[in-house]
Every structure is written in structure tokens, then in C-alpha cells.
Write a protein of this length. Structure first.
Length: 470
């Protein structure tokens, strides 16, 4: 069975809802109308009985209606109100007078009925006849001589019944017509409401791996569909960034692996063709070991970065003395700086404590200082400083080296990124160290800022939250 479309479901739901509402309101209104008409007929009979009592007289025991025949209003009222009436003498149950219409119907109550009506308070009685239902209002009248009479005033129920039947006939075509119109309107409204969804679906079909730069249209109405489009566009932006990083990663890793492999292959071929002595072989093997070391270091960094980004690396939450750690690392790197004729100095405020993983914080300090030494020419200076304020502890590494171009500053923490070929030639790294540094800073809820001017040096500032501000 083919599933129903959303438009069909909305139309059916709306049509069923409208039909239930129309039917419910129709039944309710029919009930209200029926009770209202019934009450109106009873009120009219009460008014007729009250009005006729003002014109009813008993002459020699016989009831007569005395009114001004020259008054059209009185004549009209009396003639209308006396269309259905009877007067009985209560004691004997004798019918004294009645209207021709009642006489034609053959309506006459027995003594028991008359006595029963006389003993009851004024009430209404429906009498079913061949000509339809009549409703009578019965009242007891006592004349000036003490005679007791039962006065019955009636009216036909047929007009009320005809009105209710006419109302039901109207409902019989109004409700289906209303439901049909509601179905047509709901089908049209559902189509209009789903047009933006169809537009989004069409735009989504045009998005693929080779066209991730496309986005879903936002109409500017700020409704639910606009919210959906914005969320989807944000997801697309993240996906585009991830795919771009994957492409860049693939290209970069291919390049990084190709270079040492080409060196290893070339050296092996040269050794096979030219090396004649053990010393030459040892020199070739030593060079190849250096390349193997580079490959091992790069693969280890890749594995560490992959584990870190997949959430497999747990960050300890220990108290770390950043000042003492920085001083110790600076002392260890001082011989490296001296071998390049670079002056390495440090100034660490005592007791600068941060919360985190000591091994990762050590990696941050070591990588930043080591990079500063690598890219500072002979005779240059590298300064390391640790300070703190009420909220943060700052690690600053400043050098007067070759600097970083402004267009490269936003990319230096990307994997395998190199600012320019000259920097690549001067350093042995694989371009993964700063990616790990950025990940570690983020994991410690820190921030990093890099200011650099080509030819004048670089200033890196890392901010860690103080322990008491966590």
C-alpha cells in the first residue's frame, strides 16, 4: 500500500476536524433551537391564556368572550388565541364551549381528566391528533358566583416542528458542503504551506560532495522552516570544513610521506651503485635512520592527534605549577638555543598554578619555545614569561625571528600547514605540533593569541584559567 503524502494527511486531518466541529456545533445549535422554540411556544400559550382571561365572562353559567369588535388589535388577538380552546365545568366535567377546530378533531376530556387537570397547577399538555400535535395550557377559573371552570388554550406544534425539520434539511447540505469546501481549502493551504519544503528539498538535491559550498535558501520569515534551513546550513558548513580538512589532510600526508620515502629510495639506490666501503654504507644507513626517525615521529603525532580528536585521550585535572615547569623546560632548551647562537631568557612569576594535565601542558610550553628557537636566526633572542592576574595565568613566548605573514596567521594551527617554503626548509617538523598545541589549549579551557610581523618576530600568548576561577 502506497503511503499517504504529507499533503494528503494534512487535508484529511483538517477535513475530519472541520466535519467533527461542524457536526458538533450543529447538534448543539439544534438542541438550543429546539429548546428555545419549545419554550417560546409555551410562553406564547401562557400569554394567550392570560390575555383571554381578561375577555372571558360567564353569563348564566355559559362562557363568552366580550371584546371591542371595533378594535382590530383586540379582534385579531381573540380570534387567534381562541382557535384552539375549551371550557369545562369542573364539578360535572361538562364541556361548556370549544372552538370549531377542536370540535372538528373530536377532542373531549372525561370527568376524571377534568378533575385531574383542575387539581394540578397550571401546566402544559401535548395532545397528538390526526392533524398533528396540539399543546394546551390548562388553568382553573372561578367566577363571581363561585363556579369553577377548567380553561384550556392550545396551539399547534406543527410550525415549531416544521422549523426544526427545515433546520435539519439545511444542515444536511450545509455540513457536507462545508466539509467539501474545507477539504479544498486545506488541500490548497497544505500545498502553499509545503511549497517552501519542496523548495528546500530541491535545493538539498543539488548538494553533493563536490558542491558542499551550496546552501539551502532562507526566506527571511524567521519561521520554523527558516530555523531548519539555518541549522542545516550550519551542518553543511561543518561538513564542508570537515571534507576540506580531509582533502587537505590526504594531500598533506601524501606529500609528507612521499619526501622521506623518496630520500630513502634514492639513498638506497645510490648505495647499491656507488658504495664500496663499510664506512659509506654506515653513512647511508645513518642518513636513512634519520629519515625513519622523522617518519616515526610524524606517525606518532598523527596517531596522537587522531586519538585526541576522537575523544580517546583523557585530560587529567591536577594542579600544575606552570612557573616551575616553564623554568625547567627553558633550562633544558637553553643548550639547544646556544647551539644556534640564540639568546633564551625567561621570567616566571612564582606560584602560577593552573589546573590540567601536566604532560599536555609541558607539550604546549615545549612546542612553543622550540618553535621560537627554530625560527629565530643566529644572534636573535627568545623571551619566555609567565604571569598571572585575578582570573588567568599567561604564558608568553616572544622572539625576533622571521615572523609569520598576516595571511598565514589564521592557518598556523591547521595540520601540515607551512607558512612558506623557507620556513619548511628551516625546520624538521611535520606541521602537526601546533595542531596538538591548539587541541591541548582548548581542552584546558584556555585561549591562544598570535601576533607576528614578518622580519620582526612573533609573540604568542596562551591564557589558562586560574584554579580559583574555575
Amino acid at each position: 500500500m502506497t503511503p499517504l503524502t504529507l499533503r494528503t494527511k494534512l487535508t484529511l486531518f483538517y477535513s475530519i476536524t472541520v466535519s467533527l466541529l461542524l457536526t458538533g456545533f450543529a447538534l448543539l445549535y439544534y438542541r438550543v433551537l429546539s429548546v428555545g422554540l419549545d419554550q417560546a411556544l409555551s410562553d406564547e400559550l401562557s400569554e394567550r391564556a392570560t390575555g383571554l382571561r381578561g375577555y372571558l365572562r360567564f353569563e348564566e353559567g355559559m362562557p363568552v368572550f366580550i371584546f371591542d369588535e371595533g378594535d382590530p388589535e383586540e379582534m385579531s388577538f381573540v380570534r387567534t388565541a381562541t382557535r384552539y380552546f375549551q371550557v369545562y365545568e369542573v364539578t360535572s366535567g361538562m364541556l361548556l364551549t370549544q372552538s370549531p377546530e377542536v370540535e372538528a378533531l373530536g377532542v373531549q376530556y372525561s370527568l376524571e381528566d377534568v378533575t385531574h387537570f383542575a387539581e394540578e397547577p397550571p401546566s402544559f399538555t401535548d395532545l397528538h391528533t390526526d392533524q398533528g400535535t396540539l399543546r394546551f395550557r390548562n388553568e382553573v377559573i372561578v367566577d363571581a358566583f363561585g363556579g369553577t371552570y377548567l380553561f384550556l388554550v392550545g396551539a399547534a406544534v406543527k410550525p415549531m416542528e416544521d422549523a426544526l425539520r427545515a433546520f435539519l434539511r439545511s444542515l444536511a447540505w450545509l455540513i457536507p458542503t462545508g466539509v467539501l469546501l474545507a477539504a479544498i481549502a486545506s488541500w490548497w493551504m497544505a500545498g502553499k504551506a509545503l511549497q517552501p519544503v519542496a523548495a528546500l528539498a530541491g535545493a538539498a538535491r543539488g548538494i553533493g560532495l563536490s558542491r558542499l559550498d551550496r546552501r539551502l535558501p532562507v526566506r527571511g520569515t524567521d519561521d520554523e522552516l527558516d530555523h531548519l534551513a539555518r541549522e542545516f546550513n550550519e551542518t553543511l558548513a561543518q561538513l564542508e570544513k570537515a571534507v576540506g580538512e580531509m582533502k587537505q589532510f590526504t594531500a598533506s600526508i601524501s606529500h609528507e610521506l612521499r619526501t622521506p620515502l623518496a630520500v630513502l629510495r634514492g639513498e638506497a639506490e645510490i648505495a647499491l651503485m656507488q658504495a664500496d666501503t663499510t664506512e659509506q654504507y654506515r653513512r647511508v644507513l645513518g642518513s636513512q635512520l634519520e629519515e625513519f626517525e622523522k617518519l616515526t615521529r610524524m606517525i606518532n603525532q598523527l596517531l596522537t592527534l587522531a586519538r585526541a580528536e576522537s575523544g580517546e585521550v583523557e585530560i587529567a585535572q591536577d594542579s600544575v605549577d606552570l612557573s616551575a615547569m616553564t623554568e625547567s623546560l627553558a633550562e633544558q632548551l637553553q643548550p639547544v638555543a646556544a647551539s644556534k647562537d640564540v639568546s633564551l631568557t625567561w621570567n616566571c612569576e612564582k606560584g602560577a598554578m593552573v589546573r590540567g594535565d601536566a604532560s599536555w601542558i609541558e607539550r604546549i610550553v615545549l612546542n612553543l619555545v622550540d618553535n621560537a628557537i627554530k625560527f629565530t636566526p643566529s644572534g636573535g633572542n627568545v623571551k619566555v614569561r609567565v604571569s598571572r592576574d585575578t582570573r588567568n595565568t599567561a604564558l608568553e613566548v616572544q622572539d625576533d625571528g622571521i615572523g609569520i605573514p598576516s595571511e598565514a596567521l589564521s592557518h598556523i594551527f591547521e595540520r601540515f600547514y607551512r607558512a612558506d617554503p623557507s620556513r619548511s626548509n628551516r625546520a624538521d617538523g611535520a606541521g602537526l605540533g601546533l595542531s596538538l598545541v591548539k587541541w591541548a589549549i582548548d581542552q584546558h579551557r584556555g585561549s591562544v593569541q598570535v601576533d607576528s610581523t614578518p622580519g620582526h618576530g612573533t609573540h604568542v600568548t596562551v591564557q589558562f584559567p586560574n584554579i580559583n576561577s574555575n
